[in-house]
Design a protein around this ligand. Structure first.
Ligand code: BGC
Length: 767
């Protein structure tokens, strides 16, 4: 774009000041210059007062949908005034084309420079049309589908005025007690990294200026997923080894994928609240990784540093956060109120302020907000796009791909399509709200297709529905504790009656939609309320049970695994939930999901993850040694009930032994590892072939195995295919004792198979 075009394209308030400073250059012979975004940012910055700069670093919540505690002080009026004075850089939770236009108009038309707002929102798994919770999507291991899901979420949200999402959450999570496991990609840094990149690409697309793409945000930087005891917001204490090898890779992958923003986190990490962590933000992210976007704080995380006992007061919190590299303050009101005096006292520098503001303005320019601040505010488009067939179809596709078949004894599934009497039982069987899961702020309550509704489109069988028991007494709001029914079992009788007469019983049990998510930690991982009792009572009268689970985290399912013939993990699948489940139960979709988190045998195993270290006393092949002096529990196995990467299909897959092209290579070389995969069953199906690597000896202890490759393969019945993985030095790299990523020479074991517990292995040497 030529300078003159750029100047004239600016909104009117920006147009004047910049026009006067830059027009001469354009007029005197330099009209061919292409102005980079950096130049435009500098030009604008040079026109800003200190107050206006600080304003850009200030983010306010909208006038509804508070997602955290809010300052009270008559804040609506104050916020409005601040908008008009150019003292707000961003708002979150303002949504709808009309509403966003209204606040944008105040910023653009009333403030002196007319700098447009960037409008943030937690687009976590869909806007109005809800796709499966991120943990469920991750179970698909289908990167294309995950990317499409983010892309269509962006399409629907941008039509409602949103241009920045606080997603993807890329926190690695090993503790199912933590409610926010539903929001991420699970326990593995390799899978998590690929999914992080897929989501960033989906949200941001190939053209960030397009009206249907938005800026993404990798959060929560960093280590929020390692909250002690799985209790949300709790302290995190992990060493360098875990930080670099496990926690940081998905953040790095998001940065490499071009994510425009990062969010820091509530937790303190090794004694320093992440918001004030200079090493993380300035050294690693903005330094080593060369991140050029901006960092937003988490909700009120600046002022929470006072509660952490790290900042003396709010003023001190502002100083710490800005020095550490936090660029935007979400809802603490601290930057706005404190930076000026901090600057005067020399506690922060103008360079730091300019850097933060430049980063924020840069993203606004990259979004094209200066060219058209209202491009996301077309009410006509909003009507057309919201809930469109394209978006619904993609949500259904993603939901089917997210389902994991945990058990299918004697192939009870798929169900026969005719002549069956089916009892449909359970508090979630006709629930239209829970399947939406948590983080579905813009969705209508009760807008999901229930299992009862989904099954109704198959008309050949008779369905008898009985709720059996209520899970909650009232639908809780986003911020309220879920109150589980622990008093009323009066529905048991009716449920047992329909179960007795049925050929097959489908029981839909699990967690209420708001039982996972932020602030939703649990000490128990069982089926809440009377559900376990209901399951056992129904089992007494009819053993042909298909257990459909709806939950936002791994659960302890020992009893069900030992007794119930069929278990289907359907998570919280979103708007199209019931349709997806019905298609899977009837075999019109062959499930192919694989667990992105280990399912424990006991809550006492937490944190539980497949890529653990060996310890000095691993037991004989990880098992009993005949004495107590090895790393184990006296009352439970060490292993998970269902391991990471586990999931069944309606067909069977057979693996050949592993073939290596050579069993030795060096830093200039690579080898190929392959297996022949055969679909030996009767129907077409998909398998995720997984490759794990174990470094037998290294400068720091290495996990017993780590996922390093996978391929999602579809095979017709009877079909075989060679699946190959290239193993090069980069696959063997880790953060070593030298404090850098490198591959060390030695002997490695690889495993290729159907889940993380596979025993099929081969060894090679890396010189
Ligand atoms: C959460 C963030 C979220 C923010 C804004 C916070 O409570 O931790 O993940 O993006 O609220 O809603």
């Amino acid at each position: 774009m030529h300078l003159t075009e750029f100047l004239f394209a600016l909104p009117k308030r920006v147009f004047n000041p910049i026009l006067f400073s830059l027009l001469p250059i354009a007029l005197f012979g330099q009209s061919e210059i292409e102005f980079s975004i950096d130049t435009k940012v500098d030009a604008l910055l040079s026109k800003m007062t200190l107050e206006e700069k600080i304003g850009q670093m200030n983010q306010y919540n909208g006038f509804w949908n508070v997602t955290g505690p809010s300052p009270q002080e008559g804040y609506q009026k104050e916020k409005y005034d601040h908008l008009a004075k150019g003292l707000v850089g961003s708002m979150l939770n303002v949504r709808g084309a009309k509403e966003v236009r209204a606040v944008q108009e105040v910023a653009v038309n009333q403030s002196r420079l007319g700098i447009p707002l960037i409008i943030g929102f937690d687009l976590i798994h869909g806007y109005k049309t809800i796709s499966p919770i991120p943990l469920a999507e991750s179970a698909s291991w289908d990167l294309e589908a995950i990317k499409t899901s983010a892309e269509l979420g962006a399409k629907e949200a941008t039509a409602a005025g949103i241009n920045w999402t606080f997603a993807p959450m890329v926190d690695i999570t090993r503790d199912a007690r933590w409610g926010r496991v539903m929001e991420g990609a699970g326990e593995d840094p390799y899978l998590g990294s690929l999914i992080a990149a897929a989501r960033v690409h989906g949200f941001q697309g190939s053209d960030l200026t397009a009206p249907n793409t938005l800026a993404a945000c990798a959060k929560h930087f960093a280590a929020y997923g390692f909250a002690e005891s799985g209790r949300d917001y709790n302290t995190v204490d992990i060493g360098e080894n875990t930080l670099h090898n496990i926690v940081l890779p998905p953040f790095k992958a998001a940065a490499d994928a071009g994510v425009k923003t990062f969010m820091n986190s509530f937790n303190d990490l090794n004694g320093i609240p992440a918001t004030a962590d200079k090493h993380l933000q300035r050294n690693i992210l903005k330094g080593d990784w060369g991140f050029e976007g901006f960092i937003v704080s988490d909700w009120g995380s600046l002022k929470e540093m006072v509660d952490h006992g790290y900042a003396r007061d709010k003023n001190h919190a502002g100083e710490l956060a800005l020095n550490a590299g936090s660029d935007m303050d979400m809802e603490s009101y601290i930057y706005l109120r404190e930076i000026k005096s901090l600057l005067k006292e020399g506690k922060v520098s103008i360079e730091q302020i300019d850097d933060a503001v430049s980063r924020i303005l840069k993203v606004k320019f990259e979004l094209g907000l200066f060219t058209d601040p209202y491009k996301y505010c077309d009410e006509e488009r909003e009507k057309r796009v919201t809930g469109s067939k394209e978006i619904q179809d993609a949500a259904l596709d993603m939901a089917k791909k997210s389902i994991v078949l945990l058990k299918n004894k004697e192939n009870l599934l798929p169900l026969k399509k005719e002549g069956q009497r089916i009892a449909l039982i359970g508090p979630l069987a006709n629930d239209k709200n829970s399947p939406l899961g948590n983080w579905r702020i813009a969705a209508e309550n009760n807008s999901a297709v229930s299992v009862l509704e989904g099954l109704a489109s198959y008309t050949g069988n008779t369905i008898c529905h009985a709720q059996g028991v209520r899970l909650v007494d009232t639908i809780p709001a986003f911020h309220q504790e879920v109150k589980i029914n622990t008093t009323d079992k009066s529905g048991f009788k009716a449920a047992l009656k329909v179960a007795k007469k049925a050929d097959v019983v489908i029981m839909v049990l699990g967690e209420y939609g708001f039982q996972s998510g932020e602030g939703r930690s649990r000490t128990k991982l069982d089926l809440p309320g009377f559900q376990q009792e209901l399951l056992e009572e129904v089992y007494k009268v009819n053993k042909n049970i298909v257990l459909v689970l709806m939950n936002g985290r791994p659960l302890v399912l020992n009893w069900a695994d030992a007794h119930i013939p069929v278990i289907v993990e359907s998570w919280h699948l979103g708007t199209q939930s019931g349709n997806a489940i019905a298609q899977v139960l009837y075999g019109d979709y062959n499930p192919s999901g694989k667990l992105p988190m280990s399912f424990p045998r006991s809550v006492g195993q937490m944190p539980l993850y497949y890529n653990h270290k060996s310890t000095g006393r691993p037991g004989a092949d990880g098992g009993d040694t005949g004495s107590v002096f090895w790393s184990h529990y006296g009352d439970e196995k060490n292993t998970s009930l269902y391991p990471f990467g586990y999931g069944l299909s309606y067909t069977n897959f057979e693996y050949s032994e592993i073939k290596l092209s050579s069993d030795v290579f060096n830093s200039n070389g690579q080898i190929e590892a392959s297996v022949i995969l055969k679909n030996s069953g009767k129907v077409k199906g998909k398998e995720v072939v997984q490759l794990y690597v174990h470094d037998q000896f290294a400068s720091v202890t290495r996990p017993v195995r780590e996922l390093k490759g996978f391929e999602l393969v579809e095979l017709a019945a009877g079909e075989s295919k060679k699946i190959s993985f290239t193993i090069g030095p980069e696959m063997l790299e880790f953060y070593s004792a030298n404090r850098k990523w490198e591959a060390e020479p030695g002997t490695f074991t690889i495993y290729i198979g159907t889940n993380s517990a596979t025993k099929r292995k081969a060894n090679f040497h890396f010189n």
